[in-house]
Design a protein around this ligand. Structure first.
Ligand code: ZN
Length: 159
């Protein structure tokens, strides 16, 4: 039973907030909130992200979107863990095997270096994750701004 067709609107699988509907005369869906574009394969009942840097794919199950790239996701997750643990472990091992002389002026530096290695690799991984998920931070920020302005406008009318 096909559930995906161009005459209907669906919730957006990416931002989980907007609605996607087909563009007139085009075989593509667009989201009214995050403004991403999706291409659909009606025979296979799958939806592809058309304008992302990383390929994402979903299929329709009841009223929900199920992601098709679970395996890729775990592959990236494992890669991310290694990316954080390995450099930190190497730096920590160096600091442990070659400890600084006690009471030397920079004896705190190796510990700080280990912490900085961990923090910067976490930041790098978060950046990669935000690329993968394409989370629409800008759209949510715009929504927040609009709400804020609406609230202010309403307050002005009341007083
Ligand atoms: Zn969306």
């Amino acid at each position: 039973m096909p559930t995906l067709d161009y005459s209907q609107t669906y919730s957006c699988p990416l931002c989980l907030r907007g609605e996607i509907r087909a563009f007139p005369l085009m075989d593509a869906f667009g989201c009214d909130f995050c403004r991403h574009i999706f291409s659909a394969n009606l025979e296979e009942q799958v939806l592809d992200l058309a304008d992302g840097q990383v390929p994402r794919r979903w299929y329709r199950k009841g009223n929900q979107w199920i992601t098709k790239d679970q395996e890729t996701f775990w592959g990236y997750g494992l890669f991310g863990l290694i990316l954080i643990i390995l450099p930190t472990a190497i730096v920590a091992l160096g600091a442990y095997c070659f400890p600084p002389l006690p009471n030397s002026p920079l004896s705190w530096l190796p510990k700080l270096w280990v912490v900085l290695t961990l923090i910067f690799h976490l930041i790098f991984l978060s950046w990669l994750a935000s690329l993968y998920f394409q989370f629409p931070f800008a759209s949510y920020f715009r929504l927040f701004q609009e709400r804020f302005h609406l609230v202010n406008f309403r307050d002005d009318n009341n007083h």
